[in-house]
Design a protein around this ligand. Structure first.
Ligand code: BG6
Length: 369
């Protein structure tokens, strides 16, 4: 049932283009509008929402962090994202105008369930993003948008994460559509890009051999750091989480702008640092800043592993290892930038002799608080 793969995780990584396409299926109509009829929160209610709060755990939390950027940019609604396990203990400000989005692959994570129960008690509407039909979280929510990743067996989430991102983008765009904010050429272009993103994920998967080779060469390292800015920051966190979960290595993700406020002290000769570089198109401030971050760490001896768009030549002189990803709009880039990090962690774990599908001490679904 592993479909010829050695591990479920490898199979699930390979299934990502299909999972992404399936999650988009039937949700974008011929005219480029979204039809999320299954979101049974009336448009009238969605127009009155004045704040979005996302709750989730682990990998799903990283999807939520990325969703915040998309929701705020496309809808101009303030959006908070919080670890479900922290949420209800701080007496969060919630009311009937708050839309709470609970993201959970399994639909059974107790921390997320308790957070959504708390939100509903305060009168907030809860929308679940979930991969498991009929599980507890969607049953207790006002509405659900299912991800169509299919069953995910490996403990470390891969295809479910990518489909959570797709669902988050769909929700963000739908909120924009219903509320009439920023609805125009920019959004139509994003929907077009989203429609072809499965092909981009497929393309990345076809170029992973050098990433595997690199991972094997780092098997005896103790630490790997990950840096990103904007949506590249949650991608860095996700890359680090995967490495902790699977390779049992010290791995940390940082916002690249925080480097000089502390983490740069960790840089030493030959320390592997993975950097997620945003789109080079337009040479945004974001882009220029991260290029100077790469220079800063390399000057201090770091071994730089740079994930950058095809055609981005400016990073080449500072990259000890270069991992290419297709040109993708910045907000959607996590869908392609995460894939090499999954492959990297999986291969490193194997090289270290670890059990990839069932990492020590972890469970696929944590049903206690
Ligand atoms: C963890 C899993 O315990 O739960 C992670 O090991 C997962 O992979 C997290 O991201 C959240 O799970 P779920 O099912 O709520 O998305």
């Amino acid at each position: 049932e592993k479909g010829g793969y050695d591990y479920f995780m490898l199979k699930e990584i390979a299934e990502q283009p299909k999972a992404v396409a399936d999650t988009l299926l039937g949700r974008i109509d011929g005219s480029g509008s979204l039809t999320l009829d299954e979101v049974r929160i009336p448009p009238r209610v969605l127009r009155e929402i004045d704040k979005v709060v996302i709750v989730a755990c682990g990998t799903a939390f990283h999807a939520g962090m990325i969703a915040k950027y998309a929701i705020e940019h496309w809808t101009r609604l303030p959006c908070e994202v919080e670890l479900a396990s922290e949420f209800r203990y701080r007496d969060p400000i919630l009311d009937a105008q708050t839309l709470v989005i609970a993201i959970s692959q399994s639909g059974e994570t107790m921390d997320t369930l308790m957070a959504l129960r708390h939100a509903r008690e305060q009168g907030s509407k809860v929308l679940a993003i979930c991969n498991t039909n009929g599980s507890t979280i969607p049953r207790e929510s006002d509405a659900v948008l299912y991800t169509h990743a299919g069953p995910e067996v490996a403990v470390a989430s891969t295809k479910a994460f990518l489909t959570q991102l797709v669902a988050c983008y769909l929700v963000a765009l739908y909120l924009g559509q219903v509320r009439g904010t920023k609805w125009g050429d920019e959004i139509r272009a994003v929907i077009r890009d989203l429609s072809s993103i499965a092909g981009a994920v497929e393309q990345v998967l076809g170029t992973m051999e050098p990433v595997r080779e690199l991972a094997r060469s780092l098997a005896s390292k103790d630490t790997v750091l990950f840096l990103g800015r904007h949506v590249g920051y949650p991608v860095a966190l996700e890359g680090a989480l995967k490495l902790k979960e699977l390779a049992y290595m010290h791995a940390e993700g940082f916002a690249a702008g925080e480097l000089k406020h502390g983490p740069i002290a960790l840089i030493e000769e030959d320390l592997p640092v993975v950097v997620v570089v945003p789109s080079a198109r337009g040479r945004s401030v974001l882009y220029d800043k991260i290029v100077s971050n790469i220079q800063e760490i390399r000057a201090r001896g770091a071994r730089t592993i740079v994930i950058a768009e095809e055609g981005d030549e400016a990073v080449v002189p500072y990259a000890d290892h270069l991992i290419r990803i297709p040109v993708t709009p910045t907000l959607l880039q996590p869908l392609v930038a995460t894939v090499p990090l999954q492959v990297f962690a999986c291969e490193l774990a194997t090289a270290r002799g670890n059990e990839v599908d069932q990492p020590r001490n972890l469970a696929k679904s944590v049903t206690v608080e």
